[in-house]
Ligand binder design. Sequence first.
Ligand SMILES: Cc1cc2nc3c(=O)[nH]c(=O)nc-3n(C[C@H](O)[C@H](O)[C@H](O)COP(=O)(O)OP(=O)(O)OC[C@H]3O[C@@H](n4cnc5c(N)ncnc54)[C@H](O)[C@@H]3O)c2cc1C
Length: 484
Amino acid sequence: MYTDILIIGAGVVGCAVARVLSRYQADITVLDRADDVAEGASKANSGIVHAGFDAHPGTLKARLNVEGAKMYPALSAELGVPYGQCGALVIGFTPEDRATLENLVRQGEENGVPGVRLIERDEVLRMEPNTNPGVLCALYAPTSGLTSPYELTFALADHAAVNGVHFQLNEEVTALSRGKDGLWHVAATSGEYTCRVLVNCAGVGSAVLHNMLSGDKLTIINRRGQYYLLDRMNPMPFHMTMFQCPTKMGKGVLVSPTVHGNTLLGPSAEDIPDGLDVSTTAEGLSFVLEKSRLTWPGAVIRGAITNFSGIRAHEAGGDFVIGPVKGCENAYETVGIESPGLSSAPAIAEMLGSMIAQEQGLQQKADYQPAPRHPRPFYAMTAEERAAAVKADPLYGRLVCRCEVVTEAEIRAAIRRPVGATTIDGVKRRTRAGMGRCQGGFCSPRVAEILSEELGVPLTEITKCGGNSRLLTGTILDAMKEGN
Ligand SMILES: Cc1cc2nc3c(=O)[nH]c(=O)nc-3n(C[C@H](O)[C@H](O)[C@H](O)COP(=O)(O)OP(=O)(O)OC[C@H]3O[C@@H](n4cnc5c(N)ncnc54)[C@H](O)[C@@H]3O)c2cc1C
């Protein structure tokens, strides 16, 4: 199959780049080895739109973080994605921590972060009374925000798709070469793709692809972070994101509200050999709990509804690697997009997208479409809005997920989106059905039935998250016929 521009990786970066490039006249395809978009780091992170004080001044991380964070309010409104500017504290307990925080404040000022300042113990405890009373001082960053990373990625993908971008999932890229025709030849699961322009946005897989193209080798270290997520029925202990002083392994363990009102504890930071190993471990989770108690002595995991992990793509050089692949005509890349990659993604996409458009001489489209709008979620509607929704579509009157108040109308709409859900987890991340206290115990069978009806495939083919993750192995009738 031929396409003008082939983007490898449907994470927040690949989808954001695809959306920017979809403003231009070109045939664009996004490939991903997973069964849905946002299946890599973009689904399993802290969801913080960092203010931008962490990265060293002068780095791409610093510049793109601050630019990206500024774009979030308008972008989220345009795409209909939840966003909140809750602010953040980085707390310190010792004179050494104070020196670290003073340095972070200076970095923040140099990076252009608005309003960043050092505050003393009394002000910390006034702002966030559940903080460990042993706190000495804190960095306060009023512009730190929260997003829903996977909802943002779905919305970016949908907007790209309504502007003609094709999404090919379950396609793992295994080899890249340039043919005598001057085109890139890309070997993938279902066959070969050819393209004029190649864009590598493959997260933890990005260095492998880079090294297929370039003699100038890059190394990705897979750094896993584990989390506890607490039920949103529990009162949130903090209104702001509470960080501890950073270490050489990253920003440390945070305690933060999520944009949907849960509390998140984590992440750990462990270097692991397998970039796909998103298991959680007793050791990793007890580390998270122990570190969280330094910030929040009252932390208990009785209210935990799930735990999960995500893998950071840490490039050995430490900074983002973004731009043309050295020595390879018509090949571009984003490598080492670890935190603050989510915060930076909108700015990364503008930077790389406009670079590609300019270098490739792409022309703007006359018929660029706005982002699709989605109705307000049923859980957020007023009683009058709910009544009107049910009147207009009786499927709003059928509640499927009781914990998160998600209706059948919303589940069907999620499957019909431009890049729609095809799995139970895909429905869960698009609608929140299964995100609550029972974690899908009640609604998964009904969600599976709706998927089966909408996709026109047998119920036994419906999976939790692609691959062999089927819920049902067959029907009782078939088993009886076979004499089992
Ligand atoms: C624990 C943790 C916490 C974080 N917290 C934050 C935070 O609070 N704020 C913030 O700004 N950033 C945070 N980040 C960083 C942020 O999540 C990432 O920078 C961002 O999600 C990277 O997006 P991406 O699109 O580059 O990568 P990904 O989302 O990983 O997407 C890459 C895609 O490429 C696909 N792929 C890989 N290899 C191949 C191949 N060979 N063929 C086909 N497809 C392939 C993968 O399936 C994947 O879908 C965190 C990251 C982690 C792991």
